[in-house]
Design a protein around this ligand. Structure first.
Ligand code: SME
Length: 160
């Protein structure tokens, strides 16, 4: 699976439009909803916000809720991506020592950090039920989405 340029460009414009109309958690929720609906290989899409040493789930879209709504930085592929300040793609989660299982159906995962001022403030986490669902085009596309989400993630920290 991949995200060809002809789909990435209009999708990024749509994300921009969401972010002009919505703020904070509502914006993150709508971006998750859009990505999950638009890309068949993104069956579960979540956004975590880094709060101290813990990743806190701010918004998600998919069939099932995850029990991992708070992930310590030391745990999981989510923790790894935040610690290492980089996108992590795992083609086969059953072979990953870092993997924190959420859904029985998950076969592969991508975690993309969201930066503000050079520091990780959150991340996009996508689980797929296919092996090796994510390639360099997903990484490139999702890093561009993540680059747009830093203000919405920061706003999520505020009450209301
Ligand atoms: N699998 C993730 C945990 C979050 S769930 O996928 C929603 C991880 O290993 O960090």
């Amino acid at each position: 699976m991949s995200v060809p340029e002809r789909r990435a460009v209009p999708s990024l414009l749509h994300v921009d439009s969401i972010l002009t109309h919505l703020r904070g958690r509502a914006a993150l929720q709508e971006v998750c909803r859009f990505l999950q609906a638009e890309f068949r290989h993104y069956p579960w899409v979540g956004v975590y916000r880094l709060e101290g040493e813990t990743l806190v789930l701010e918004a998600w879209e998919g069939v099932e809720a995850t029990e991992h709504t708070r992930i310590p930085l030391g745990k999981g592929i989510c923790g790894q991506a935040a610690r290492e300040n980089r996108t992590v793609i795992v083609d086969d989660v059953s072979a990953s020592p870092e993997y924190l299982a959420c859904f029985l159906s998950t076969r592969s995962e991508i975690v993309v950090p969201i930066f503000a001022g050079g520091a990780v403030v959150g991340e996009i986490d996508i689980d797929s039920d296919r092996l090796a669902a994510f390639d360099a085009s997903d990484r490139g596309f999702l890093e561009q989405v993540a680059g747009r989400l830093s203000a919405a993630v920061a706003a999520g920290a505020k009450p209301g």
